[in-house]
Design a protein around this ligand. Structure first.
Ligand SMILES: [Zn+2]
Ligand SMILES: [Zn+2]
Length: 196
C-alpha cells in the first residue's frame, strides 16, 4: 500500500472512532504514531510525510482544511459508520450533498459531533424567542443539530460551526430564500461565538 492510501485508510478509521469528520493533525499523529512507525520502520520523517500526504488528499478533494488551525475535515466518504447505523432506514444515497447533510443532521442522535453540540449549546433552539420544543418518549427534549456552514461548502464538524435548532428553524436554515438563509447563518455564527 502506498503512503497516501495508508494515510487515508487511517484517517477514515480515526474519524469513525472519534465520531467526527474534523480532526486535529497533532491528535491524529499522536494516536497513530505506532501504526505509522510499523508501516515504514525506516522512515525518520513520518510527520512530514503525513503532512505531505494530507496536502495530496486535499488536492484530490478528499480532505479540506482551514488555514492555521491544524484541523482537517474528511470529505471523501459520505457518512461515518455511526451515522450510517442511526439512519439505516433512510436511503439517502441518491440525495444531493446538501440534502444528505440535512437528513443526517435531522436523524442522527448519538454521534460525537451531535452530542458535543447538545452538551454545550443545550436543548433549546438558538433562534431568538423560539420556544418551539417538546418532550420525547425518553423524557428528553427534541432538538436538531445543524452545521452552520455545510460540510460540503467548507464547514467543519467543530463547535464553532455547530448549532442547535428546533425542527422548524432547522428547515428554514436549509430551505428558505437565500436572504433569510444568509441572515440566519450570520446570526448563528455570532451567537455561537458568544457562547464558546
Ligand atoms: Zn442543518
Ligand atoms: Zn426554533
Amino acid at each position: 500500500m502506498k503512503w497516501k492510501e495508508f494515510v487515508l485508510k487511517n484517517i477514515i478509521e480515526y474519524c469513525n472512532r472519534i465520531g467526527s469528520r474534523t480532526f486535529s493533525l497533532s491528535d491524529f499523529t499522536k494516536d497513530k504514531k505506532e501504526v505509522f512507525r510499523l508501516f515504514k520502520p525506516d522512515n525518520k520523517h513520518t510527520e512530514a510525510k503525513i503532512r505531505q500526504q494530507l496536502q495530496f488528499l486535499r488536492d484530490d478533494n478528499v480532505l479540506s482544511f482551514l488555514d492555521n488551525t491544524g484541523h482537517y475535515t474528511l470529505r471523501g466518504i459520505d457518512l461515518l459508520e455511526k451515522e450510517k447505523q442511526e439512519i439505516h432506514s433512510l436511503d439517502i444515497s441518491k440525495e444531493t450533498p446538501e440534502r444528505k447533510e440535512y437528513l443526517v443532521e435531522t436523524y442522527v442522535r448519538d454521534v460525537a459531533w451531535a452530542k458535543k453540540a447538545r452538551n454545550i449549546f443545550g436543548e433549546f433552539c438558538l433562534c431568538k424567542n423560539c420556544n418551539n420544543t417538546f418532550i420525547k418518549d425518553d423524557g428528553l427534549r427534541y432538538i436538531e443539530v445543524h452545521h452552520i456552514i455545510p460540510l460540503c461548502k467548507g464547514g467543519e464538524d467543530a463547535l464553532w460551526n455547530l448549532s442547535v435548532l428546533c425542527a422548524h428553524h432547522h428547515r428554514m436554515a436549509h430551505y428558505s430564500d437565500i436572504r433569510t438563509r444568509i441572515q440566519l447563518e450570520k446570526f448563528l455564527l455570532k451567537e455561537i461565538q458568544c457562547r464558546l
